[in-house]
Design a binder for this molecule. Structure first.
Ligand code: MN
Length: 319
């Protein structure tokens, strides 16, 4: 019996399930959660969806998103945790989980800690959305258009719009199945990518004005300072995808976005092309992620954080 089948069976027999995912969620966390929740509900279960947030505006078009709650103040016999490497990343949602309840861990991160009573971790899967799709098939839960829409949004986001190296045959096949099941690609793309506030683009402009490139051209970075956030009138939630711009510079193998959250708190997004492993780099600074997309947080002032991280990244970029 595979891990997938064990988790599917646990969900099949559960009467009530809490579905959780990581803090600062993107469409994979929320789309996978809502897809699983709506399908299990259609299969007759009592389901709650929980995330501490904050939910970016781009996710507000996902079907059922109004059901996401930030406080988990009742108990369930079964907890399904999606897209989350370790319990702390739920932002405390699991703290009051009753003894004897079942914890199911479904994730595609290589550095997942295996914290569940049952664990299905598949680092080859493109997204948690893809894993939930396979889970629904295995458990016999129905695929409705709202479920398909959420899961399509999840797969689309984590593959960078079917552009990243994790755009596997399975990701594309499942994408096709989800479209056949009622997901509308044009509407979903607009809902996810066509919701920008002009102030967010102003912040992007300020960040791009400080684009840096290493002398050898292999490393590029941008900085989103608190000064820029104040000037633009929006915070870091607007800057989630800004790292794609230094990554788009010709010849670059590692891209970095430095996002100043507080006087001594800098969130770092890392992206790479090909075999360059930025997850290993992120882990050296207490973070994690995937080979080509990772992140960490440095407890340093902005300038020191940038100097420290860029020094390590430059070595990796030359290798
Ligand atoms: Mn994911």
């Amino acid at each position: 019996v595979s891990d997938l089948q064990r988790v599917a069976e646990a969900l099949r027999v559960a009467g009530a399930v809490a579905v959780l995912s990581h803090e600062s969620p993107e469409a994979d966390a929320i789309g996978a959660s809502l897809g699983a929740a709506l399908a299990m509900e259609a299969a007759g279960k009592q389901v709650g969806v929980y995330n501490v947030g904050p939910l970016p505006a781009a996710l507000r078009g996902l079907p059922g998103v109004e059901r996401v709650q930030s406080v988990l103040d009742c108990s369930y016999p079964c907890y399904l945790v999606l897209d989350t490497t370790e319990p702390a990343r739920t932002g405390g949602l699991l703290e009051r989980r009753p003894a004897g309840s079942q914890l199911l861990n479904v994730d595609h991160h290589l550095d997942n800690r295996g914290f569940g009573d049952l664990n299905w971790v598949d680092p080859v899967a493109s997204s948690a959305g893809e894993m939930v799709y396979r889970l629904l098939l295995a458990a016999g839960f129905p695929l409705s258009p709202p479920v398909a829409t959420n899961l399509y949004a999840a797969v689309l986001t984590d593959t960078g719009g079917f552009r990243h190296a994790n755009t596997t045959p399975d990701a594309l096949r499942i994408g096709a199945e989800l479209v056949a099941g009622g997901a509308a690609p044009g509407e979903i793309a607009r809902s996810l990518y066509g919701q920008r506030d002009p102030r967010e683009l102003h912040l992007l402009g300020l960040a791009l004005a400080e684009l840096g490139v290493s002398p050898d051209g292999r490393l590029a970075w941008i900085t989103v300072s608190r000064t820029a956030q104040a000037a633009a009138g929006v915070g870091l939630e607007a800057a989630e995808d800004f790292v794609q711009y230094p990554r788009a510079v010709a010849g670059v193998v590692i891209a970095v976005a430095f996002k100043e959250a507080a006087a001594e708190e800098v969130r770092v997004s890392l992206r790479s092309w090909g075999a360059v492993d930025v997850a290993a780099l992120a882990r050296r600074f207490g973070g994690g992620g995937h080979r080509n997309a990772a992140g960490c947080t440095l407890g340093l002032p902005l300038a020191a954080a940038r100097a420290t991280l860029l020094e390590a990244a430059a070595v990796l970029a030359r290798a």
